[in-house]
Design a protein around this ligand. Sequence first.
Ligand SMILES: Cc1cc2nc3c(=O)[nH]c(=O)nc-3n(C[C@H](O)[C@H](O)[C@H](O)COP(=O)(O)OP(=O)(O)OC[C@H]3O[C@@H](n4cnc5c(N)ncnc54)[C@H](O)[C@@H]3O)c2cc1C
Length: 418
Amino acid sequence: MKIAVIGGGAAGLMVISTLIEKKINAEIYLFEKNDVLGKKVSISGGGRCNVTTGITDKKELLLNYIRGNKFLIPALLAFSPEEVMNWFQGNGVPLKIEKDLRVFPKSDIGNDVVNLFYKIFKKSSRVKLHILEAVKELRFFNEQFTIVTNEKEYDFDLVVITSGGNAYKHTGSTGDGYDFAKACGHTITSLGPSLNSFEAEEDWIKRLSGLSFPNAKLTFTLNGGKKKEVVGPVLFTHFGISGPAVFALSAHLAFSEISKLSPMKIKLNPSAVDHFDSYERKLMALILNNGARQIINTLSELLPKSFVEELLTMANVSKDKKSAEVSKNERNRICNLLSSGIEVTLISRRKGDEFVTAGGVCLSEVNNKTMQSKLNFNLYLAGEVLDIDGLTGGFNLQSAWATGRLAGINIAKRIGRN
Ligand SMILES: Cc1cc2nc3c(=O)[nH]c(=O)nc-3n(C[C@H](O)[C@H](O)[C@H](O)COP(=O)(O)OP(=O)(O)OC[C@H]3O[C@@H](n4cnc5c(N)ncnc54)[C@H](O)[C@@H]3O)c2cc1C
């Protein structure tokens, strides 16, 4: 029995480790076009590799997948974030859960995660690493797969496609897996970028570059007209907005057209918890104690000064005005802007900086209990090549590990032990 795994990223590495662990009676070939394994894994989480999430509640966990959450249930039950953590720690990579529930290696070195797989593979005589060997074509004929690489042609009994999506192309994930799946009869859903920053039209945003609100709220309208909001850190940049809440926004807008010709207006609340009354109460208290101070300085007790300056301009209130002289109407305008949200015009996604691809191999064509193709029983698929994408926080790696693990377990069940 000869098995090929196409793509040595998170999913492919987990498939092979599982096959080794289960002592499968087969030769396993891994084709990876890069000169190293797990390039994206090692740069994820800012080079620290956000391995998974510390969220244990299954319902809460599933809320973090924008597409594919129902499909993922068996994989997440079979290899939950806790089990992923146990697996890595049991294999010698100590992990830590940070305050925001992201999980990282204790060393903060993403490469420690990838190096573990090299170590596991080295111990097995069954794994043949074909590094720097790009698969160019996958064919299926007479119950046999043929893989054509940049070097030669091979025949295989069983193939696992783990070639990732098409985000961050320089890491090797250029969407080849979609072509391989198509060649085996699979449908590829619409593809779109997700987890990206946005360019904004407003100059005030760019003037605030570097400023962030740790618990902001972004409100927007989906294509069908449904209002939606996301909460979390928002960072102002020299081009627009970024940060976890913005990434979540982008996940919801993965298939919306956003361009200068078709801009999208959203609302930004600097605080997700404050409302008109709470702002008014706080502002009045400050004004009562600081009547003689300029309003810009008084308000800066509440919000960053650079932002207050822009806010006062938007509210049409002179920043030099003494606090006690700010009229009720002016106070209302300030509190209204803060509580109803300040308009931000998105004019484009930041090109090429999306972390993941939304869309992929159609999930109804894959058995979610085994990761086996429903169209070809000798084909398995796992990871981002599938129509699954999650938010930032370890959810995408978690789904790659979990689907890879499930594929490995089920291939091993079929083929048997050595
Ligand atoms: C900058 C960045 C930061 C991220 N941070 C996080 C994070 O903190 N937490 C999180 O959960 N997720 C994060 N992600 C997303 C996460 O890394 C991916 O979702 C995950 O790696 C997908 O795993 P995969 O195995 O499906 O695909 P990949 O990891 O993309 O692996 C696919 C592999 O297949 C190889 N390949 C492709 N085509 C061929 C071919 N024709 N022949 C041979 N080999 C091929 C590629 O070279 C690649 O190595 C981040 C992504 C990026 C880009």
